[in-house]
Design a protein around this ligand. Structure first.
Ligand code: SF4
Length: 362
């Protein structure tokens, strides 16, 4: 049983973004951000389609100028997931992005030049059914808040959010999502926990500037995993330097291990040791990559020896326990056949393809 049945999700408002609902009792949504300039439409669309195929459900693009804002219409017409426009300071870009079909905007209403500009954006958001994400980053807190707390703190981040939220609430606008990002995973945990007690708006989780695939996977798993096990979080982004395609497999793996995403395979592989008499690492790597293309609940185990392997793999749906020249194919703890080592990868792939979750595997 991999489902986290004991976890109770924190109740929030729900906010519609295109055909998705963020918050309420809905599933946690995987988000990513394009790593190309938005005006390079062809490149951006190609990347979004690849991210969609990996399991990305919501995509953010930066909106630096009117050319970017105009590109949103063309991009929107060629993709299948809702699109978020990221705006800094210039409210006219927000209006243009909304006009061109952005499903959500990311903008801090305290930074766009006063009440009149906010009212213009709120009016456009209402007309087009577009929500706003307010993004608080620990590194860019208002000067007075920073001085009050002496350093970035959870209290300071929530105080900053309260100001921005108040501006929208004064306009009667409540279709808001909040984020509280820091590169420090422990500060993220504190800030989101405090935010979940303070606001009833949905929360977008992320550790920002999290670095490489390795450092981001660790920091994000620590912060987002802890929060999601608390029942906190409605969308997530794993921020990795470089190609956005690195983000989605980590997000899916994390959600699966938190019991929040189903139809995702689970790979079990022993570390190998002095008992291993075959070259198992390439097989593990190739099967791990193959499983990223599979959308079903299947537990696959690859074990290094035929001594301990069968026992340790007995709860897997499909397992291999390798030996010097051949390995044992095991299904649900039952040894089915012996397979030559050089055919293991292919046979495992065939078994994974043929596996039907819930069906008898005789
Ligand atoms: Fe070593 Fe066998 Fe355990 Fe793998 S399953 S770590 S090879 S004893």
């Amino acid at each position: 049983m991999r489902h986290n049945e004991l976890m109770k999700r924190t109740e929030t408002r729900s906010v519609r973004v295109g055909d998705l609902i963020i918050g309420g009792n809905n599933n946690v949504i995987i988000q990513s951000m394009c790593s190309h300039p938005t005006k390079n439409v062809e490149e951006v669309v190609k990347q979004i389609l690849e991210l969609e195929a990996q399991g990305c459900q919501l995509i953010r693009v930066s909106c630096m100028d009117m050319e970017d804002a105009a590109a949103i219409r063309e991009i929107r017409n060629q993709i299948h997931i809702p699109l978020v426009a990221d705006i800094h300071f210039d409210y006219r870009l927000a209006l243009a992005a909304i006009e061109n079909g952005a499903d959500k905007i990311r903008l801090n209403p305290g930074n766009i030049g006063g009440r009149k500009n906010v009212e213009a954006i709120v009016a456009a958001c209402r007309t087009h059914g577009v929500p706003i994400r307010i993004g608080i980053n620990s590194g860019s807190l208002e000067k007075d808040i920073h001085e009050k707390y002496g350093k970035p703190t959870a209290e300071g981040m929530v105080e900053s959010a309260r100001r921005h939220v108040q501006i929208l609430e004064d306009c009667g606008f409540y279709d808001t999502v909040l984020s509280f990002k820091s590169s420090d995973p422990l500060l993220c945990i504190d800030a989101y926990r405090l935010a979940a007690r303070t606001f009833d708006y949905p929360l977008h989780l992320g550790v920002t500037e999290a670095g490489t695939e390795l450092t981001s996977a660790i920091k994000s798993s620590l912060a987002l995993g802890t929060l999601m096990l608390d029942g906190i979080g409605n969308t997530i982004r794993i921020s990795v330097n470089g190609d956005a395609q690195k983000e989605i497999p980590i997000a899916r793996e994390l959600l699966k291990d938190c019991g929040l995403l189903h139809n995702v395979p689970n790979l079990i592989a022993c570390p190998s040791c002095g008992r291993t008499q075959w070259n198992m690492e390439p097989v593990v790597d190739e099967i791990a990559e193959y499983l990223q293309t599979v959308n079903k609940d299947v537990n696959v185990a690859i074990m290094g020896c035929a001594v301990n392997g069968p026992g340790e793999a007995k709860h897997a749906d499909i397992a291999i326990a390798g030996g010097r020249e051949e390995g044992l194919l095991i299904k649900k703890g039952r040894i089915i056949e012996k397979i030559p080592v050089d055919q293991m990868t292919q046979r495992l792939k065939e078994e994974i393809d043929a596996f039907v979750p819930g069906a008898s595997q005789e």
